[in-house]
Design a protein around this ligand. Sequence first.
Ligand SMILES: [Zn+2]
Length: 376
Amino acid sequence: MSANSTAGKSDGDDPSIPPNSAESLGSRIRDLDVDSIRRYLAQKLGFYEPSEPSTSVEKVLDEVNLDGIVKWMKSARCQNVITLSGAGISTSAGIPDFRSPETGLYHNLQKYNLPEPQAIFEINFFRQNPKPFFTLAKELFPGSFKPTISHYFIRLLHEKGLLLRHYTQNIDTLERGAGIPGEKLVEAHGTFYTSHCIECRKEYPLDFIKGIIFADQIPICTECPGVVKPDIVFFGESLPERFQHCLQEDFQKCDMLIIMGSSLEVQPFASLIDMVPEWCPRLLINREKAGIRSPLLRLWGMSGGLQLDEDSIRDVARLGECDDGCQELADRLGWGDELRELVAREHELLTQKGSLLNPHPPILEHSGQNVTAEKL
Ligand SMILES: [Zn+2]
């Protein structure tokens, strides 16, 4: 079989190839001259032809598996680790998946007659009726949950001087709870940690809204009649400026990317994995494979996505529970006991603080200026 005969199966000038043919085409071309096919398709379909063929990319892992990753991370060349995380690093903390109808959180909100579940995170709906959001916020409020082994593993990366930045999709603030410094964090979907008045933009700390939310009231600005909203990103709002700023600086410096507990389905977060250098090793720690781009798209020179097959030179998946994966990685790096001791010590401290599993903490005292009137 020649390159031309395979390319001919793309039906001449018709670029529409059924999606289900991608895998079979990918396997058929594996032994062929990939570059010549790519050039043919790029010319035929008007695609940009990449100037650097993938064969020129340096392979830095001796073995493309967890052993190879560990050896790389122990080497002097590995200095700037970026971690990306999704909901999977927080599920073992007991944080309910509020998007799932099975948790009952949305069910509890039916009395508010939401037009659709997502309306609770829509800024225009919030302006009309913030009550459903604050009811949900009470259920999810930071301080009711302990950070997980995965969170403390990220802190350990920082303490070892390896963490360039941790990017999280989560809004639960467990990274801060685990002691990861704010300057090492990018909370891409925002955070409960700070809040702003939606009218005059005055900033408020976590403690300001906490007591008000737990008293089933709506936090109102002390300067104007605006509602005070936690800085989590709603539909219809742009991502934090810090996200845009940091990713431009960070990703080209990255020499090890660890993706933890994310299905890599939400953009633009999912595209971050393609912003590291082409040689940079990428480790996925997740229940299942994620972020894989089809062999056909790779053939077209669109090299994005993880490559988790036998041809991979840099991508490794460690499938299973996130905490197990992080503990195993720590064990192999020689930090296993340190991680276990850190988790035990920090959890004990949090328990002593009495901040846990207390669904009705005492209402904070407010000055006379702090209006906490129920709205609507
Ligand atoms: Zn205000």
